[in-house]
Design a protein around this ligand. Structure first.
Ligand code: GMT
Length: 377
């Protein structure tokens, strides 16, 4: 199949899922065209099956806001015609589903019927899409998509509750490429560089937005390090980072917390991690938790959104109510104190992650794509 994938190229779950999906589809022989405003961060190499088309929005003094949707829909029309693309898969409803629908209509005018699959990722529904300024356009473009998927049952439920949706929504969860992520012996695991032998290593990875509750991460760690020797690795960048650095100063733990910034070497960080913290206000799925689990790292998370669908309480880690820092720290200590317990949770984390192996999830997308293409034959 010839598939155009529209996504955000930056560090963030939806872009990562879209890129990894495209790369695996390409490995399976499909022709993939990524269409976005800069090269996706996880898209290192292009190949005959993997193309990247940049959307440029020329500056013009009259524009207070650059008309990205317009440029994107025009680019989609051009690329569909040039490469004879058979299907659009847009990730994140705003504004991609809207731009995709416009492209569909323009193409229809020229006698080309192209199906569009929209994948809802989370904040496009829960935080941003639900805003009254966007809601009519988001509802419209979801309803006008040929097929809609959501990354968890919880996100599907939220979408049906918040919007007037007439379309079916199929749940296709986030996935992980286990062969790549699990204990690859070629990845050097330099634990001794980061911590002393007796220290536990705790990690948080995100884009440091408010929804991630970064102060909770620091406070949970603060409680942990009072009881056992430990280091915290904070990976990523975003609006809450500076405040987090100040909080570490206030709590007197700067020597125990390392801020890395954005990293493309997540597996090298996770391979030396003992515990992952994800106390988010909400997560439609929590891809970061799954990536940790695939590297045998148990997870302490909140129980909101789709997190209970990936982190199994008492098995791959523990879940607590949002903001219950004390319980999260106590649960972390339950896992970390004894080597045997930690080992058991590590094994469990990996076996839960196996359910989300890309090999199980990818065929769900392929079947859906075929259905979408058949719709217009
Ligand atoms: O929250 C992020 O880190 C980014 C965001 C995105 O859309 O790029 O992530 C959302 O999509 C991911 C992939 O489907 C999910 O795993 C995340 O849980 C979801 N984030 C939220 O719902 C807050």
């Amino acid at each position: 199949m010839k598939i155009a994938i529209v996504c955000y190229p930056t560090f963030g779950g939806s872009g990562v899922v879209a890129t990894e999906l495209g790369l695996e589809l390409a490995r399976r022989g499909h022709e993939i065209h990524f269409i976005t405003y800069s090269q996706p961060v996880r898209l290192a190499l292009l190949s005959p099956n993997v193309h990247y088309h940049e959307v440029n929005v020329p500056e013009y003094p009259l524009f207070h806001y650059q008309p990205y949707e317009l440029a994107l829909s025009s680019k989609l029309v051009d690329m569909v015609k040039l490469y004879k693309i058979e299907l659009l898969h847009v990730h994140y409803a705003i504004p991609h589903a809207y731009a995709g629908y416009m492209a569909k209509q323009m193409l229809k005018d020229e006698g080309i019927n192209i199906p569009m699959v929209t994948t809802l990722h989370g904040t496009d529904i829960t935080l941003v899409g639900n805003h009254p300024f966007y809601k009519p356009a988001v509802t419209f473009s979801i309803n006008k998509s040929d097929f809609v998927t959501s990354v968890s049952q919880s996100l599907k439920d939220a979408t049906l509750e918040l919007f007037n949706i007439k379309n079916e929504i199929e749940v296709i969860p986030n996935f992980i490429e286990l062969d790549k992520n699990t204990n690859d012996p070629s990845i050097p695991c330099q634990r001794s560089v980061m911590a002393k032998q007796n220290e536990r290593i705790i990690t948080h990875i995100s884009n440091f937005r408010k929804v991630k509750r970064i102060p909770d991460v620091i406070k949970i760690f603060y409680n942990i390090q009072k009881e056992i020797p430990a280091k915290l690795m904070m990976v990523g960048d975003g609006p809450e980072k500076e405040k987090a650095e100040y909080l570490c100063q206030e709590l007197g733990i700067v020597d125990k917390v390392i801020f890395f910034g954005n990293s493309n070497e997540i597996d090298k960080i996770l391979c030396l991690t003992d515990l992952f913290l994800l106390p988010s206000e909400t997560e439609s799925f929590g891809l970061a938790a799954l990536e940790a689990m695939a590297c045998k790292v148990p997870v302490i998370s909140s129980n909101s959104g789709g997190l209970p669908e990936v982190n199994f309480d008492g098995v791959s880690g523990y879940l607590s109510d949002v903001g219950n820092i004390e319980e999260m720290a106590q649960n972390a200590l339950k896992i970390l104190k004894e080597d045997d317990t930690l080992q058991k949770f590590k094994e469990n984390a990996l076996s839960v992650a196996k359910q989300f192996d890309i090999k199980n999830i990818l065929p769900l997308y392929e079947t859906l794509y075929q259905k979408a293409i058949n719709k217009y034959l």
